[in-house]
Design a protein around this ligand. Structure first.
Ligand code: PYR
Length: 291
């Protein structure tokens, strides 16, 4: 089983990728036991990155680890195929793509054709990133079944039955990407993809350890604390709150999100800090109790 973190992408104030901060962040995640880094995901603001920036992020991340799934999807197929080609020289776990998005009512046979093209041209194992709430398209198990050679899928879905169906009907790796289903995904699937791991890598690693020891009830106790911090992130707009929560819980700066995902205001940061302060003791308490 694997814990996968879709990392935040640190930007500078003038909207460039902050190389040093990205590196520092990934080094910390690997040191705290995260198995795989999912770069250019939703949390990493993949849809707002240019192809050149996706390459840059791959290069920076690869300086830290080869345990990478390289998300390279987008609406420009040439870019995506160039990125596939570019990834050839990197010894990584795999590549991933969300389905083509934005366009309404895409015939499923086009989406299948898209993923078949990726499998055919990819030098690495290919993972489907299914996120129907964002893309408007559901790559369910029946569609997945029509594509030979896929390595796996990340199903960002609060409907756990939906994720279980891939496991039931297909022989591929299946990860659920809901922050709120970490223990369940570690127990019944191949692992979890969770943005909360950016700021709670210790709690995430502990959930994995407890599940691997068969201590599911203890893992769930740890998950309850994990939930409390996720709730704080959601309250303020999680995409931008992640940046502050890394600072609060991990103690270093990961820069800024990229507008139009606006950074939290001073007031919001103050409130968030107060929320964290109220329950921060629980973070160390739960680590001590079950670690
Ligand atoms: C992502 O941010 O890419 C997730 O899977 C949540």
């Amino acid at each position: 089983m694997e814990i996968i973190v879709p990392n935040v992408t640190p930007f500078t104030k003038d909207n460039r990728i902050d190389k040093d901060r990205l590196k520092e962040h990934l080094e910390n995640l690997i040191e705290k036991g995260i198995d795989i880094i999912f770069i250019n995901g939703t949390t990493g603001m993949g849809p707002s990155l240019s192809a050149e920036e996706k390459k840059e992020i791959l290069n920076i991340s690869y300086d830290v680890t080869g345990k990478i799934i390289f998300q390279l999807g987008g609406l420009n197929l040439d870019d995506t195929l160039n990125l596939l080609q570019y990834s050839r020289d990197f010894d990584i776990i795999g590549v991933a793509s969300y389905s083509p998005y934005y366009y309404p009512q895409l015939p499923s046979k086009w989406v299948i054709r898209y993923f078949k093209t990726l499998v055919e041209k990819s030098p690495h194992p290919v993972y489907v990133y299914n996120f129907p709430a964002a893309t408007g398209f559901d790559m369910n198990y029946e569609l997945m079944k029509q594509i030979d050679g896929l390595a796996g899928l990340k199903d960002t879905n609060d409907n756990f039955v939906h994720s279980l169906q891939y496991k039931r009907f297909l022989n591929i790796k299946v990860y659920n990407g809901s922050d709120y289903l970490t223990v369940q995904s570690l127990t019944y699937l191949d692992g979890t993809v969770t943005a909360g791991g950016n700021y709670m890598p210790e709690l995430l690693s502990l959930q994995k350890k407890l599940v691997s020891e068969g201590k599911i009830n203890d893992a769930f106790e740890v998950q309850k604390t994990y939930y409390k911090f996720l709730d704080i992130a959601r309250k303020y707009g999680q995409m931008s709150a992640h940046y502050i929560l890394v600072k609060e819980l991990q103690g270093y700066d990961v820069g800024y999100p990229r507008e139009p995902l606006y950074p939290l205001t001073e007031d919001e940061i103050k409130q968030l800090e107060a929320d964290v302060k109220e329950i921060k003791n629980e973070y160390t308490f739960i680590l001590d109790k079950y670690g």
